[in-house]
Design a protein around this ligand. Structure first.
Ligand SMILES: NC(=O)c1ccc[n+]([C@@H]2O[C@H](COP(=O)([O-])OP(=O)(O)OC[C@H]3O[C@@H](n4cnc5c(N)ncnc54)[C@H](OP(=O)(O)O)[C@@H]3O)[C@@H](O)[C@H]2O)c1
Length: 209
């Protein structure tokens, strides 16, 4: 599958390297493909990964993964708005350094993105655990969970498949309306990891009897 990853940073670069190692073709969508940072990510990513400008990467991809800071989303959306029908996995969290949370309660980044991208099939996923954990998602004998929500069943199924390829177990959290919950879960993760001092090697797991 051609996976276009917009934002080749911590989370985008980590996801790209893992999925490339599973045989996918990764296309990073970036502002400047020639920067040393992008070239380094490319060297670290297997299977003929490439880097292109955002629009071109999105056009060539079967699925688009949005992995930029929230502040950049408006600019990215503007560039890809006319590519109707695409699946977009939103990994963003609408956060700035505390105490500023830019979205009011009851709103989510994923729904704002879906509203700005008519015809897109938007899924929220991969936002609830730190990027470094994706390289080793097993805690003891327990696989960390990927919490996934979205309105399109096919898009959600594909996202769950991509989560399983990382080694995560996937929890279907329902429609995109529930993205707010996943973004709150990310805030909890950040609070525990950094404000409570537990550190970033933590992940959430739904236990079930
Ligand atoms: N880090 C994590 O563990 C983690 C986990 C889950 C979710 N998230 C969320 O994922 C998003 C990315 O986080 P991150 O930690 O990966 O950030 P990061 O390391 O700072 O990487 C952000 C990437 O986005 C790119 N970017 C910025 N503005 C852009 C634009 N207008 N067009 C195209 N690319 C642009 C940056 O490229 P330049 O080099 O050109 O600036 C950089 O490659 C955030 O919303 C964050 O909340 C992060």
């Amino acid at each position: 599958m051609n996976i276009g990853i917009i934002g080749a940073g911590n989370i985008g670069g980590t996801l790209g390297k893992i999925w490339a190692s599973k045989g996918h073709t990764v296309i990073y969508g970036v502002r400047n493909p020639l920067t040393p940072k992008v070239q380094t990510i490319l060297q670290e990513t297997d299977h003929n990964a490439t880097a292109m400008l955002v629009k071109e990467a999105a056009m060539r991809s079967d699925v688009i993964v949005l992995a930029t800071p929230w502040e950049a989303v408006g600019e990215v959306v503007f560039q890809i708005v006319d590519l109707h029908g695409k699946i977009l996995i939103d990994c963003t969290n609408p956060i700035k350094p505390n105490p500023e949370w830019p979205l009011a309660q009851g709103r989510s980044a994923a729904e704002e993105i879906a509203n700005k991208l008519p015809g897109y099939r938007v899924v929220k996923a991969f936002n609830t655990l730190g990027a470094a954990n994706l390289n080793d998602v097993i805690f003891g004998a327990i696989h960390a969970d990927a919490f996934v929500c979205g309105d399109d069943l096919e898009a959600k199924k594909l996202t769950i498949q991509l989560a399983k390829e990382i080694g995560l177990e996937a929890v279907d959290v329902g429609t995109l309306r529930n993205a707010e919950l996943l973004e709150s879960l990310a805030k909890l993760w950040i609070t525990l990891a950094y404000q409570q001092g537990i550190g970033p090697h933590i992940a959430f797991k739904l236990l079930q009897k």
